[in-house]
Design a protein around this ligand. Structure first.
Ligand SMILES: Cc1ncc(COP(=O)(O)O)c(C=O)c1O
Length: 359
């Protein structure tokens, strides 16, 4: 006899973890779309100050952080949900909205957590191929929406292809959908896009009662080690999400760090600027090597290796030289690599290792 699990758990994919962990010696970590820049001193000080209160539970309403987010984005605090990373909000949305008979629609390849949502709830997933440029095919997505659809995910910019849509395109797309469908616009990388000012998509909230914008402190804010994300959208969404998860999911240090980081928008702009400079540099270097890259609006490149290069060989060749990137196969697109931008020194290490790995 052995312990038993539900049938449903068998269907849930295992999250494809990067190989960046447990290494000894110097490793260049370009696999997880993190920022290479460490947290600012003021953020570390806020964490230090919060540490002396760790004998107390964190504020389950995350009032200070939510107030900061409400002020920063000009929305009512009641419309701000926070989570243990934006992933937690995604999973909670699935718990709250999906069930057998319900459907969820998203583009593919996209963020590797999306298939979990249907699998864990018994709902049906409709994964719609990206277009040839690696962009969302909004018309094809709209065609999959039925009376059973509860959630449509739009990843903008898209992970792993790094491409982005204009806000007007998303606006027209949502306007054409029935109002019973919640559109979650996953904006984990929105700050890096030069196609829009990050505040531009806030207008979607005013125009559509069925839109949620999902954002995170893990990327441009550089706090993924602490886990904090947030959603802006209808109050009913926040209340539902709060009902299906544990009350203290955002820990006290994460709340303190995120609230402090919000106060330093100027630093954010500097980080975006540096990332965009590295993006232009790496994209040009890759193109000079004859590799096809998508139009990146994020903090990573999506590289098509073409027929002459073997994904596993290049990936392993990089790993042997201490550079960890992501294989396309793990992300649903064999023959590709996803490479996060690091500092200039890290990017040069990657490019040198790539030259060697490509022979
Ligand atoms: C598109 C997208 N959404 C959401 C997340 C989740 O981020 P977190 O849970 O760290 O906020 C990621 C992380 O890589 C992502 O790529």
């Amino acid at each position: 006899m052995s312990i038993e699990f539900t049938e449903r758990v068998e269907a849930i994919p295992v999250y494809p973890a990067a190989r960046s962990y447990g290494f000894e010696g110097e490793v260049t970590k370009l696999a997880s779309n993190e920022t290479p820049y460490p947290p600012q001193r003021a953020v570390l000080e806020a964490v230090q100050a919060a540490m002396s209160g760790l004998n107390r539970y964190p504020d389950p309403t995350a009032a200070v952080l939510r107030r900061g987010l409400a002020e920063r984005h000009g929305v009512a605090q009641a419309k701000v949900a926070v989570g243990n990373g934006s992933c937690e909000i995604l999973l909670a949305a699935a718990q709250a909205m999906l069930e057998p008979g319900a459907e969820i629609v998203y583009a593919w390849p996209s963020f590797s957590m999306y298939p979990h949502l249907a699998a864990m709830t018994g709902a049906r997933a409709l994964a719609v191929p990206l277009d040839e440029g690696g962009r969302h095919d909004l018309e094809a997505l709209a065609r999959e929406v039925t009376v059973a659809t509860r959630i449509v995910l739009v990843c903008n910019p898209n992970n792993p292809t790094a491409t982005a849509l204009e806000v007007e395109e998303i606006d027209a797309f949502v306007a054409g959908l029935p109002r019973h469908v919640l559109v979650i616009v996953d904006e984990a990388y929105v700050e890096f896009s030069v196609l829009q000012d990050p505040d531009e998509s806030l207008a979607l909230l005013e125009r559509h009662p069925n839109v949620v914008l999902l954002r995170t402190f893990s990327k441009v804010y550089g706090l993924c080690g602490l886990r904090a994300g947030y959603a802006l959208g209808p109050e009913s969404f926040r209340l539902a999400v709060d009902r299906v998860r544990q009350p203290f999911s955002v820990n006290a240090l994460a709340q303190a760090a995120a609230a402090e980081a919000l106060r330093h928008q100027d630093e954010l702009e500097r980080r975006v600027e540096r990332t965009v400079i590295e993006r232009v540099y790496v994209q040009d270097e890759l193109a000079d090597r004859g590799l096809a890259v998508s139009d990146s609006q994020a903090n990573f490149s999506w590289v098509a290796l073409g027929e002459d290069l073997d994904e596993a060989e290049v990936y392993e060749g990089l790993a042997r030289r201490g550079v960890i990137v992501r294989e396309g196969t793990a992300l649903g697109a064999p023959g590709h690599l996803r490479v996060t931008y690091g500092t200039r020194a890290e990017n040069d290490r990657f490019l040198t290792a790539l030259d060697e790995a490509m022979g």
